[in-house]
Design a protein around this ligand. Sequence first.
Ligand code: SF4
Ligand code: SF4
Length: 257
Amino acid sequence: MEIRQTAPDGIEGQLEPLAGGSFRFACHPGVPCFTECCRDLNLLLTPYDVLRLKNRLGLSSSEFLDRHAECRFDEGRNVPKMYLLMNEDGGKACPFVTPAGCSLYEDRPSACRIYPIARASRVHRVHGTVLENYFVLRENHCRGFEEGRSWEIGEWLSDQGLRAYYESNDRWMEIVTHPRLINGPLTPNQQQVFYLGSYDIDKFRRMVFGGRFLSAFEIPEDEVEKIGSDEGALLNFAFKWMKFTLFGEQVLKLRHG
Ligand code: SF4
Ligand code: SF4
């Protein structure tokens, strides 16, 4: 189980089980700590985070990754994962925080949405069901626990617009936690596949539609149409391509010859 799917690194010691399934919390410009949490973060970006952020900023995925993310490799596995770059000044503020709050609130990353909750999830490899647990991240600087109403976890996820994120994030976690990825370090070529399929969606689109990809694979016409017009569908297709390429799963079919 990977606690850090949507929570900052280094927080495991501060996690409490979500007792009774509910918690009291509110965050608004009136809290004395407003925007305190938007600095000095180890903020893991999921592929869907990158998709939403680069569109919000009007950048290509390559431009977004170059300007706003840094690559770190998992120890021992050589899996490239992207983290949001903080400003380089002393305060290490998030580049998107303003005195009025988050400047791209509607498209903020999964980790920002779920805070102060952390989610641990894994996908059952046989049944495909998602197993999940929630924890409260009670950090001393956060005064939101003294405010507002009580939330059931389901209400919180809906209120923060997390369902669409988890639909995509959970598919990605199937790849990140795949036994083949866990059991051995990736080769440089496999790293490139992981990076392209996970993060650089615009480059992946050019590979699919700009070269011989579509003549190499048997892909139903309606699926080609869907991935050509819907970026979320294209991202799911990239995950399929990663499973085929990295793990040899027969989720795509090569054309004969
Ligand atoms: S520290 Fe907590 S209450 Fe303060 S701004 Fe961040 S989330 Fe809101
Ligand atoms: S993206 Fe927005 S919510 Fe997340 S850390 Fe930056 S300013 Fe805060």
